[in-house]
Design a protein around this ligand. Structure first.
Ligand code: ACO
Length: 329
């Protein structure tokens, strides 16, 4: 097991933020040949949020981060590590994290970096931050997932435009509060070699073969679906087994919110009642790296977590990547 042992590192606060603009299935069905019935039956999505041209990823991220800091009762100057998980950075450089640092007023001696593992980005960032804090070299980390997926969408492609949305979510990590058993218990990350072409944006990077017209999400939905279920089940099985746990020990699962059918497949695998799985894909669609921290913040505010609960965060995404984390609340 790759678990850092001490000190216990816990989630001290959560926050989230989504653009005000709501795009419903009915509205989309006036733009492309689709329907609320098709979208909801295949995905569980009813609506998603879309950022305006003036709403940057850094601004979405900073707002979520500000809420998380307030929730943790920390000042911006107390953060010495900021990781922003995103696959839709505002700019190729500098990192979105550096823009967020300025916006939040973090101190100069704070490490600021972006991380891209697509929809698994937040779980990757959480694991990296956990390891750095457990090393003792950093004390408090702000970990944010933030996306403006709407900028990568071909709005004429009904196969993808119905799936994605924009938003941000954040957590503050730090030493567990004395007298609690809270903390990140374990995490596992992975990536499946040879699967890049199943889900990608084929242009927009440094590739010379990338005209602007190819800067859109391209996806082989059925294959991604199968790998998603497999990856999330396997990582969950490994995490539970090596910690001597079973699905029945989980009080709450916060899965990546891509498709309700994928979430149901995971619930069946874990033999968990749906009440123990948090779902908000109906209102946000797939917000990639923002999906889990946005859902986690909503779950908390809805009273779905109490001290001592065991929670699983589990995701998959382009790469294809996957990852999970076990957290004692
Ligand atoms: N409205 C109406 N019809 C549609 C739409 C739409 N929006 N989209 C596709 N269709 C049609 C197709 O053209 C096809 O028609 P045909 O049979 O005449 O050819 C039919 O519906 C069935 O299409 P499928 O693609 O086979 O539908 P499927 O049941 O596989 O559902 C979906 C598609 C929802 C995309 C599903 O495959 C899925 O969710 N896959 C996982 C995708 C995912 O989670 N991606 C995010 C990854 S995370 C990240 O890192 C970004």
């Amino acid at each position: 097991m790759s678990t850092p042992t001490s000190p216990a590192i816990a989630i001290l606060g959560t926050g989230s933020n989504a653009p005000a603009r709501v795009l419903t299935n009915d509205e989309l069905s006036r733009q492309v040949d689709t329907s609320d019935e098709w979208i909801f039956t295949r995905t569980g999505i009813r609506e998603r949020r879309i950022a305006g041209p003036d709403e940057s990823v850094a601004a979405l991220a900073a707002a979520a981060g500000r809420f998380a800091l307030a929730d943790a009762g920390l000042e911006p100057g107390q953060i010495d590590l900021l990781i922003v998980a995103t696959c839709t950075p505002d700019l190729p450089m500098p990192s979105t994290a550096c823009l967020v640092q300025t916006e939040l007023g973090l101190r100069e001696r704070a490490a600021c970096v972006d991380l891209n593992a697509a929809c698994t980005g937040f779980v990757y960032a959480l694991d990296h931050a956990w390891a750095l804090l457990a090393s003792g070299r950093y004390r408090h980390a702000l970990v944010i997932g933030a996306e403006k997926n709407s900028t990568l969408i071909d709005w004429a492609d009904r196969g993808t435009c119905v799936l994605f949305g924009d938003g941000a979510g954040a957590v503050v990590l730090g030493p567990a509060r004395p007298g609690t058993t809270s903390g990140i218990l374990d995490a596992q990350l992975g990536a499946i070699p040879g699967t890049a072409e199943l889900l990608l944006v084929p242009g927009g990077g440094s590739s010379p073969l990338a005209p602007e017209s190819r800067r859109h999400i391209a996806m082989k939905g059925k294959e991604v679906f199968k790998f998603a279920v497999r990856g999330m089940e396997e990582v969950t099985r490994d995490l539970l087994a090596r910690n001597g746990l079973s699905g029945a020990d989980l009080s709450l699962v916060v899965p990546h919110q891509a498709n309700l059918r994928i979430i149901h497949a995971l619930a069946q695998y874990l033999e968990l009642p749906y009440e123990r799985i948090f779902v908000n894909v109906d209102r946000y669609g797939n917000t990639s790296a923002a999906s889990i921290p946005l859902a986690l913040d909503e779950a908390r505010r809805a009273g779905r977590l109490k001290t001592g609960d065991l929670m699983l965060l589990v995701a998959f995404g382009a790469g294809l990547t996957y990852g999970g984390a076990l957290v004692r609340w």
